[in-house]
Each structure stands twice: as structure tokens, then as C-alpha cells.
Ligand binder design. Structure first.
Ligand SMILES: NC(=O)c1ccc[n+]([C@@H]2O[C@H](COP(=O)([O-])OP(=O)(O)OC[C@H]3O[C@@H](n4cnc5c(N)ncnc54)[C@H](OP(=O)(O)O)[C@@H]3O)[C@@H](O)[C@H]2O)c1
Length: 144
């Protein structure tokens, strides 16, 4: 099979997991693949293990200048990108205290506590019938 013959792909996070599996498959299908990740050592290892039609570009998807460098590298190699696999997802974690007012934080705590108590109660009494599984009473109580 060579469904990606002569295609050029960029795969972010291509050194492990889903991105690595995609990179291996893309190369097997005939593509030239640029893998992008933060750790140069991992990039080097991955490029060596795939062995052909692959190049590593070091960078962080959160940095526009790194993405510009990736684009420039592909262009300077005389290639054009056909496929982008935007595999890396990032999250910015924040503390509840920074985003919710105190009253809402307390409400969430009460709701969680009520659910936890209900689950413990369910465990003590054995499983209920599906129609009886209703947390609303406890939640209403906690929100009062
Ligand atoms: N596996 C799941 O069950 C699952 C579920 C939902 C979502 N996801 C998302 O799907 C993506 C792939 O998952 P996975 O399990 O295959 O991940 P993984 O095995 O942890 O691999 C992550 C890859 O992304 C690279 N990477 C991480 N942060 C990066 C950044 N800021 N800039 C550039 N490269 C970065 C890593 O290399 P470096 O560390 O060297 O940068 C590595 O190559 C992840 O973004 C994950 O959040 C996965």
C-alpha cells in the first residue's frame, strides 16, 4: 500500500504514542514525515528508528516562533506540506480559586460531597434498580 506516495506530512508529537504510530504508518504509506517535539534526544531516537523519509524538528507547539521554524525548515528542504496531524493537545490548568468566586467554590464542594456520600450510601445498601438511581435529593439539599 502507498496511499501517501510523495506526500509531505507534519506530525506534532511524533516521538511517542499516537503521533509515533501515525508517523510510522505515514512513512509506510509513502509519505515524507516531519515529526515535531520538544526533546531533541527523543527526536533523534525516533528518526533513527523509523530510518527513512523522516526528519525531526525540535520545538514546542505553544510557541509561534517554533512553529514558524518548522514551516521554514520544510520550505528550505524544498517541500510543501500536504498533511498536518495536530496531535499534541495542551491544557492550561488553573486553580478553582482563580476562576470562581468563593460562593461557587463552596457550592461545588457541597455538590461533590453530596455525590460522594450518596455513592458510599449506595455501596452500603447494595445496587439500586436503574430507575431509582437519583442523586437529585442530596444535591438539592447540599445547594440549600
Ligand atoms: N492517549 C490518550 O488516551 C489521549 C486521550 C485524549 C487526548 N490525548 C491527547 O492526544 C495527544 C497524544 O497522546 P499520546 O498519549 O500519544 O501522547 P504521548 O505518548 O504522551 O506523546 C506526546 C508527544 O507529544 C510531544 N509533545 C508534548 N507536548 C508538546 C509540546 N508542547 N510541543 C511539542 N510536542 C509536544 C511529546 O514529545 P516531547 O515531550 O519531547 O515534546 C510526545 O512526542 C496528547 O496531546 C494527548 O493530550 C490522548
Amino acid at each position: 500500500m502507498s496511499r501517501l506516495q510523495n506526500k509531505v506530512a507534519v506530525i506534532t508529537g511524533g516521538t511517542s504514542g499516537i503521533g509515533l504510530a501515525a508517523a510510522q504508518r505515514f512513512v509506510a504509506e509513502g509519505a515524507f514525515v516531519y515529526i515535531f517535539g520538544r526533546r531533541q534526544k527523543e527526536l533523534d531516537k525516533t528518526v533513527a528508528s523509523i530510518g527513512r523519509n523522516v526528519a525531526g524538528v525540535q520545538g514546542d507547539v505553544r510557541k509561534f516562533e517554533d512553529l514558524d521554524r518548522l514551516h521554514a525548515k520544510v520550505a528550505s528542504d524544498g517541500r510543501k506540506i500536504d498533511v498536518v496531524v495536530a496531535n499534541v493537545g495542551t491544557v492550561n490548568s488553573v486553580k478553582l480559586a482563580d476562576v470562581l468566586p468563593r460562593s461557587q467554590r463552596l457550592r461545588r464542594l457541597q455538590d461533590r460531597t453530596a455525590l460522594l456520600c450518596q455513592d458510599l450510601d449506595d455501596g452500603a445498601q447494595g445496587p439500586r434498580h436503574p430507575g431509582q438511581h437519583d442523586h437529585s435529593g442530596s444535591l438539592r439539599h447540599a445547594a440549600d
